[in-house]
Design a protein around this ligand. Structure first.
Ligand SMILES: C[S@@+](CC[C@H](N)C(=O)[O-])C[C@H]1O[C@@H](n2cnc3c(N)ncnc32)[C@H](O)[C@@H]1O
Length: 244
């Protein structure tokens, strides 16, 4: 492990930027471009519940809401989306709408998404639906109405450009752009300021990252930042709120 705040890293060499994937232990994707895993090796689905859902006060904040917009930096395999969708389905009331908008530079192929997510029987139906609807050649904005209450948009391209172009109104952010030491672009002051500007008053963010520069960038953008216990033995993670 090379990054004290993340078990996503290991001793692999970081190669020149390329979207190439390697598979470890059968179904664990690893990015050779960024020298990092897509989620924690302990259990990425449970990590999602601890870090991204609970860190944003979900599912509790969904109660009584007709519309809720989540932004994510880094769609990757869609694991966070599928776990969020699974939990949302249990609460969604007729007419309510969750919009999950993710920003991704290197969209995966459907068979790669399917291979990674097959690890979790708990999200079997979400995986099948996502893989079946996923386009062969994702570009621009992939927009999928996956059920009556759930819409997914994946904005292809650099996150800074995508977030800049997005309309404001985000209720919660999942900051999931690989370890900060491996991919500073996804944690830059400009990106944190831009996403803060698109967040509603009272909106929140959560991330497994705990690096000092990430915390400072989020604070400088305007978020009140809190440190919490990380997932699976990680000392800290960050979450925070834009004051109402
Ligand atoms: C840790 S993975 C995300 C895991 C994902 N949320 C999941 O559920 O599988 C980070 C993702 O960020 C993407 N990425 C890296 N740099 C980016 C950038 N500058 N803009 C947009 N996406 C980027 C990578 O291609 C990768 O898919």
């Amino acid at each position: 492990m090379t990054d004290p705040v993340s078990d996503r890293t290991d001793q692999s060499e970081t190669s020149a930027a390329s979207p190439e994937l390697e598979w470890r232990d059968g179904d664990m994707p690893y990015s050779t471009a960024f020298g990092d895993h897509f989620y924690c090796q302990t259990d990425g689905r449970l990590e999602c519940g601890h870090v991204f859902l609970a860190g944003n006060g979900l599912p509790e904040r969904w109660r009584g809401r007709q519309n809720f917009l989540i932004g994510e930096l880094g769609f990757g395999t869609g694991l966070n989306f599928c776990e969020t969708w699974r939990q949302w389905r249990q609460l969604a009331v007729p007419g309510s709408q969750l919009h999950f908008m993710s920003f991704e530079l290197y969209p995966m192929r459907a068979e790669e998404i399917d291979r990674a997510l097959s690890h979790w029987p708990e999200i079997d139906s979400e995986r099948r639906a996502l893989a079946a609807a996923w386009p062969d050649n994702p570009q621009d904005v992939v927009s999928l109405q996956l059920d009556a209450n759930t819409r997914l948009s994946v904005v292809c391209g650099p996150a800074l450009e995508g977030v800049n172009r997005a309309a404001p109104g985000f209720d919660a952010w999942y900051l999931d752009g690989f370890a900060p030491s491996r991919n500073a672009d996804m944690w830059s002051p400009e990106l944190m300021q831009t996403l803060y500007g698109k967040t509603v008053p009272g909106g929140t963010f959560a991330t497994y990252a705990a690096a000092g520069f990430v915390r400072r960038n989020l604070q400088a953008a305007g978020f009140a930042v809190e440190r919490r216990k990380g997932f699976a033995g990680k000392r800290e993670m960050l979450c925070g709120i834009k004051s109402a």
